[in-house]
Design a binder for this molecule. Sequence first.
Ligand SMILES: *Cc1c(COP(=O)(O)O)cnc(C)c1O
Length: 372
Amino acid sequence: MNLCDFAPEYIRAIQPYQPGKPISELAREMRLDENSIIKLASNENPLGTSPLALEAMIHELHDISRYPDGSGYELKQALSKLYDVGSEQIVLGNGSNDVLDLAARVFLKPGATAIYSQHAFAVYPLVTQSIGAKGISVPARDYGHDLPAMLDAVTPETRMVFIASPNNPTGTLSDSDDLLRFMERVSRDVLVVLDEAYYEYLPTANKSDSISWLKQFPNLVITRTFSKIYGLAGVRVGFGLAHPEVANLMNRVRQPFNVSSIGLIGALAALDDLEFVQRSYALNRAGMLQLSEGFRKLGVEYIPSYGNFISFEVKGDAGNTTKINQSLLKQGVIVRPLGIYEMPHHLRVTIGLEHENQKFLQALKNALGEIA
Ligand SMILES: *Cc1c(COP(=O)(O)O)cnc(C)c1O
């Protein structure tokens, strides 16, 4: 069709995002019972959703004929109080991916460059390319962000730097002092997006005081999400915190009703359910130990992670990784292959419930046995 030839070359060159395989799809493909399948592929909360949030959202269903509050007033008030920022510093998004996209649309254009790390979250190249700007991938260091090298990569054309801490899929964390040094050195003409989707999973000692940096750095945007520890991935709510003028521009390009009424209500209630967050945190810590221990027993190398997932290595050529993944799928376990992240030897597993982790480890053991 000729029409599609008129779409800009940079749009046609976009590699589609590969989501985790849905349970229903695997059940059809492998003729498995859906209930026997465990999905540990999308870093979702294995405990599900906060019961308080669920109740609030069910109640809100009665009013879905109405448009949501486009300003997100109540959720912004709650976030403003919780994080001690002005509500004019908050940008709500249809997931934090939406906020990443808004930032790119405000600050990038063809000819501009955006910098991110090798093995960083796939949405950074995606939003960069969708504007026609140029993405620069800076080689990682021990799978983590090489912040000094990223700083060196900045040129007069650079308008954005994306930093994920913890990063997905590597689980690596950038040191708080290193981040602060980066902010001090980088040009104020470059917007730095600090993506902290897994912040709530960090032990207190590892939490940087990033939000307080906003006062010092008007070129900083911090993004957080309700998709991970708050267990609301399906309703799509995330937010960005920024200087009021930056937030204002992002809010202007935002679609007026980008967050649904169900999402707004669910997020608001989820913020109040500290018990659920605490339980999710504790489960994740325990699961992290269980899986690390399991990997060690199997002699499988893994990248120590600060998120709710672990990426592990399959020895031998990349074909082995595919074989292990196929075997896991046949056994009803869905994990995430990382070829698109330039990590063809790794698979990423999301930390699940204890029995899910157990089933995964047993399936991995079987799979390794098959290729030995
Ligand atoms: C999961 C994830 C997000 C969150 O995406 P949402 O759009 O909020 O669901 C953002 N950044 C990273 C690095 C992630 O892994």
